[in-house]
Design a protein around this ligand. Structure first.
Ligand SMILES: NC(=O)C1=CN([C@@H]2O[C@H](COP(=O)(O)OP(=O)(O)OC[C@H]3O[C@@H](n4cnc5c(N)ncnc54)[C@H](OP(=O)(O)O)[C@@H]3O)[C@@H](O)[C@H]2O)[C@@H](O)CC1
Ligand SMILES: Nc1ncnc2c1ncn2[C@@H]1O[C@H](COP(=O)(O)OP(=O)(O)O)[C@@H](O)[C@H]1O
Ligand SMILES: [K+]
Length: 528
């Protein structure tokens, strides 16, 4: 799914209006009705008080359309206008007038006013700011946002949690709505997926706001969200007459005394993802461990007992995963330097190999074409330096990727694959994967995918997706705490099989039950 910038969304709104010869207000009405339908399907007429906070721009206008629709259908609605400016938009004003048809006069909130009384069982709709936010909010609006956050009532934001910019970091972390559910127009925004800004919402859903589809499809975006739909065209099926030689010989270089398990995990993941052959290059101390725990793997031993001191072999690997469990012994650093100068095979560089590169940056020039770097946040910082916020981190990573012509995978809850100016945000995976060795599994998978012939960008996008999906499937029956890295390996097959499962049919709206929906909503609510 494409992720549009705020400018691109405004362009889409303007194009939709011009091309389809509709007014901006008609488009807002359409969006407001979609939001109303979302509520109506879930609430089925329940008389829970709904407090709608509307700004004076078009986000607020959409809130007023929702308010009018809810009133028309007999809901218990309280509307407020957050009067942060006297520059009200035309469509806000049209809808401000129209809600009065229902003999409802929204309460005006401005500096110095008491904030409305609310109960924690109520529902709040946040339509204060949308993507038009362009500067820090005034103190009283910030206080209102803090008041809403402290209310403990279920909060649904329209388009974005107010105070959150789609494409850069908020100046003040307290001046952002903590939303339980964000109903976003057409496609999610970049800030929904970054660790510092994604925390402002628990869930989101993209609603059809009626923007011109043809135009949306024609826009090139820098950012894409990766789900099954994006993955299916990347998958290459196996040939009937295939033999193991076709799917490549992978080499995993790593391990040191006490860290042979990392190589075992990566090698088994590499096999499970489909490599034809696998060899592990390890220090002598790992020989029996590896041959016993993974009989499918071949092993080449370094002459040293505990560390890798020379990377030499007589095989021709199609891809090499390097760095896991490697350590940073002086002899290992020397071996890595010598190896990088002669190696031509694409690399998947992880863990200590990244740390060695970070303190010997000139070595980055010797990294072979088509290589992938897989840093977790600390390793990334060592490579690209400190960043001011997550958006700055992305810019620095892009610059790094371009400078050294490498794919960089920024590991995290939403792992991001960066190649030059493009960012691919992964949407599988779960916090159960924050466990020792899960990164080693990813390294093995990526190596195995390149060996099978996927180019490095495709291998990165596909590998990260399958890794997360395997973790998600493993989670069932295990739970977050018990999931360990070997479980991810064991479910790689299921992650492949899941690609070909039909998507679940959308469930019909449930008939209203005695228990009102809002109870359910309050029970699952977890504000920070
Ligand atoms: N037909 C349509 O157009 C549709 C629009 N839709 C909806 O419109 C939303 C975008 O609307 P929007 O452009 O009016 O911006 P919005 O976020 O409501 O902000 C209002 C204005 O506030 C101002 N301002 C900014 N920062 C400020 C600050 N810190 N403190 C005080 N004032 C501040 C700034 O104006 P300024 O003062 O800079 O001139 C800004 O323009 C979008 O998110 C979606 O929900 C959908 O319903 C689909 C149909
Ligand atoms: N909260 C999370 N949600 C989804 N995936 C996660 C989460 N935390 C970690 N992961 C994934 O687990 C892996 C951890 O990698 P890494 O930190 O290198 O682990 P290790 O060094 O122990 O192998 C990454 O692929 C990362 O994306
Ligand atoms: K909002």
């Amino acid at each position: 799914m494409k992720i549009y910038s705020a400018d691109q969304i405004y362009q889409a709104i303007n194009t939709t209006i011009e091309k389809n010869k509709i007014s901006s207000n008609e488009l807002m009405e359409f969006a407001g009705i979609q939001i109303f339908n979302w509520f109506h399907t879930r609430m089925q007429g329940a008389q829970v008080p709904i407090h709608i906070y509307c700004g004076i721009g078009n986000n607020g206008g959409s809130g007023l359309v929702l308010g009018r629709q809810l009133l028309q259908h007999g809901y218990n609605v309280h509307t407020y206008v957050v009067n942060f400016s006297d520059k009200r938009t035309k469509d806000f004003l049209i809808n401000y007038d129209r809600i009065k048809e229902f003999k409802v006069w929204p309460r005006l909130l401005s500096s110095g006013e008491e904030f409305p009384e609310m109960n924690k069982e109520d529902i709040i709709v946040d339509a204060i700011f949308g993507i038009g936010l362009n500067r820090e909010t005034s103190d009283w609006v910030k206080n209102l946002i803090k008041y809403i956050n402290a209310s403990d009532a279920y909060t649904v934001s329209i388009d974005v949690p107010s105070g959150l910019y789609p494409n850069h970091a908020p100046e003040d972390k307290e001046a952002v709505i903590e939303s339980n559910f964000t109903l976003t127009g057409q496609a999610p925004k970049l800030s929904f997926f970054l660790p510092e800004t994604g925390i402002y919402m628990q869930q989101w859903e993209a609603l059809n706001f009626g923007f011109d589809q043809e135009y949306l499809q024609s826009i090139e975006t820098e950012v894409e969200l990766i789900d099954k739909l994006e993955i299916l065209p990347l998958y290459v099926p196996r040939e009937k007459y295939a033999h193991k030689g076709i799917y490549g010989h992978s080499l995993i270089v790593g391990g040191s005394y006490g860290k042979i398990g990392a190589v075992t995990l990566a090698s088994s993941a590499c096999l499970r993802v489909g490599t034809g052959l696998i060899t592990a290059y390890i220090p002598k101390c790992g020989y029996i461990i590896l041959q016993t725990s993974l009989p499918e793997a071949m092993v080449i031993c370094d002459e040293d007992e505990k560390n890798i001191t020379k990377i030499q072999y007589d095989i021709e690997p199609k891809a090499i995963g390097i760095g896991i469990g490697l350590g940073t012994d002086a002899a290992t650093v020397k071996a890595l330097k010598a190896f990088l100068k002669t190696n031509k095979a694409p690399l998947v560089i992880d863990a200590d190999a990244l740390n060695i590169l970070a303190v010997n940056k000139t070595l980055l020039k010797s990294v072979s074409k088509g290589s992938i770097l897989t840093p977790h946040p600390k390793e990334l910082e060592r490579l690209i330096g400190k960043w001011t916020d997550d958006f700055d981190k992305l810019e620095k990573t892009k610059a790094f990727s371009k400078k050294y012509n490498v794919v960089v995978i920024i590991k995290g809850a939403h792992t991001i694959t960066c190649y030059a100016d493009k960012l691919y945000i992964n949407n599988t995976g779960n916090p159960g994967m924050a466990t020792a060795g899960s990164g080693d599994v990813l390294t093995g998978m990526l190596t195995g995918l390149i060996s099978q012939g996927y180019d490095s960008v495709t291998a990165a996008i596909l590998g990260v997706y399958l890794h997360g999906k395997a973790g998600d499937i493993a989670l069932t029956g295990l739970g977050y705490q018990a999931l360990i890295a070997s479980d991810i390996v064991e479910h790689i097959g299921d992650a492949y099989l899941d690609l070909f499962k039909k998507p679940e049919e959308p469930k019909e709206a449930e008939a209203p039950k005695e228990e009102p929906k809002k109870r359910k909503a309050t029970q699952v609510r977890r504000k920070r």
